[in-house]
Write a new protein. Structure first.
Length: 240
């Protein structure tokens, strides 16, 4: 009589439970929480007394102060042509390398990134380089009427996207003389769109020794930038 044995037979393992994949909204909230945590830690480490003083400020006022300062810093980063996004990505690569963790990117993560790219119409908005008009007014303490006056006189310019008005964050910085900046904006002419003006100010130009117009304006070289603006406007007009 043959003996039945289970020795060596493959045993079936229980099905592995699928880990719930976070939604794009969950990923966004996790990123915000991470940013707030790092900012709070940095504040305490740099100036613990000052950080504790923040606790006395009403929540709404504190939130607005932090937003304003973030926008100002992004504006300065734009002027000096500092690529914060690339720096953050490089920091993440170094962190992963140091911890010897290698995690393949999942299709969901790619989808989440794509969703973030499309949010608020543009990466420039997502990165805080362009502010909604109402946010710019709050940050500068001016009224909508005053903003419209500045726009009409070409003292500043706006970028129109999806029927919304945005103002470049670099207008919040005191690094650039307002009169010199307005002079260059006017040299670009009304035929140059807001987005084209943005690209002019933030793109390195060979005739400006490879610097961006914003960088030279921060160095008070208004004449060279105004000349480049005239050339930019003429070139655009000839190709229209």
């Amino acid at each position: 009589m043959n003996r039945v044995t289970t020795k060596g037979a493959a045993t079936q393992r229980p099905p592995r439970q699928r880990r719930d994949t976070p939604s794009p909204e969950d990923a966004r909230l996790a990123r915000i929480d991470h940013a707030i945590h790092r900012a709070a830690v940095a504040a305490v480490l740099v100036d613990s007394i000052g950080a504790m003083a923040l606790l006395d400020i009403p929540d709404e006022e504190l939130g607005r102060l932090i937003k304003n300062r973030v926008w100002q810093i992004v504006g300065v980063a734009t002027i000096v042509n500092l690529d914060i996004q690339s720096m953050r990505e490089e920091e993440e690569k170094l962190r992963k390398r140091a911890s010897r963790m290698s995690k393949p990117r999942t299709p969901h993560e790619d989808l989440t990134q794509s969703a973030l790219e499309g949010s608020r119409h543009s990466p420039l908005v997502r990165e805080g380089k362009l502010l909604r008009a109402e946010d710019y007014c709050r940050a500068t303490g001016i009224t909508e009427k005053k903003l419209n006056k500045y726009l009409a006189s070409a003292r500043i310019f706006s970028v129109e996207m999806a029927q919304e008005t945005y103002i470049p964050a670099f207008f919040l910085s005191s690094m650039i003389d307002r009169d010199g900046l307005a002079k260059v904006i006017r040299r670009l002419g009304v035929g140059t769109s807001g987005l084209e003006k943005w690209h002019f100010f933030t793109t390195p130009i060979v005739d400006l020794r490879g610097a961006t117009p914003l960088q030279l304006l921060a160095s008070q070289d208004v004449t060279a930038v105004a000349k480049a603006a005239i050339g930019f406007a003429k070139h655009k007009a000839s190709n229209t």
